[in-house]
Design a protein around this ligand. Structure first.
Ligand SMILES: *Cc1c(COP(=O)(O)O)cnc(C)c1O
Length: 230
């Protein structure tokens, strides 16, 4: 199957998941094509087919690929962001999905203020709590959100999580449901700089479950481009 066929297939599966009577889908779902390790030529197949949201998990890859694509491509940083690398991408990213420390927020604030930009960010939450090092614990998020008043150039727009790597559906769905519930809870905070509207969750193996639980953004690589070589 071509990249175009795969995109059609993924979109169809998203639509189907949205119609599940047992689901609580969002009003719309944005498909982010995860392009890490892929060549510009390969990525272009998706862009030529109309996708404009691309996800990368390494700063270096955004730096290399950014100039090779049209201005209207939206680059999402979905992987861990080291504080000392913010300066390289602050003028390039459309959204950072991996905000997970005050130090990082402070650095984004400093760099974004310097170029007079407000950067949309999602707070990464570690719900599956596997051995992954990144992301806040659920019970840390509320205090973190309250701290965001100090960072007017960091616009918190929602939450992101990575589902657990397990075979059964129930625990994966549970993680996505918890993220949605956390978002609903945080929406009630009187915090003008925080707009809890996005839920970035779901990858190739579990995006349909995420859509049923209210994902507004799914991050899909393998199902669009095939297995990554690296
Ligand atoms: C690689 C990656 C994805 C996409 O994974 P696939 O299984 O290839 O769809 C999504 N989110 C993050 C954070 C990733 O690093």
């Amino acid at each position: 199957m071509s990249v175009a066929d795969n995109i059609d297939d993924v979109k169809l599966r998203i639509d189907k998941a949205r119609q599940d009577p047992n689901g609580t889908p969002a009003e719309s779902v944005r498909l982010i094509a995860v392009t890490k390790t892929l060549t510009v030529e390969k990525i272009r197949e998706a862009v030529d087919y109309g996708l404009r949201d691309l996800g990368e998990n390494r700063v270096q890859e955004i730096i290399e690929k950014y100039p090779r694509f049209p201005e209207d491509v939206r680059w999402h940083l979905i992987g861990h962001l080291q504080t000392n690398k913010v300066k390289y991408i602050v003028d390039k990213v459309y959204m950072i999905h991996s905000l997970d420390s005050i130090r990082l927020a402070a650095e984004i604030e400093k760099r974004a203020a310097a170029i007079d930009r407000i950067i949309p960010c999602l707070i990464q939450v570690n719900i599956a709590d596997e051995d992954t090092k990144f992301g806040l614990k659920i019970d840390e998020v509320e205090d973190f959100v309250k701290e965001m008043v100090h960072f007017p150039h960091v616009s918190v727009e929602g939450l992101m999580t990575i589902g657990p790597h397990v075979a059964e559906e129930a625990p994966i769905r549970e993680v996505f449901r918890k993220l949605r519930q956390l978002k609903n809870q945080l929406e009630k905070l009187p915090q003008p700089t925080v707009k809890m509207r996005e839920l970035s969750m779901g990858m190739s193996g579990d995006f349909e479950l995420a859509v049923r639980e209210g994902a507004t953004m799914v991050r899909v690589g393998t199902s669009i481009f095939g297995a990554r070589i690296k």
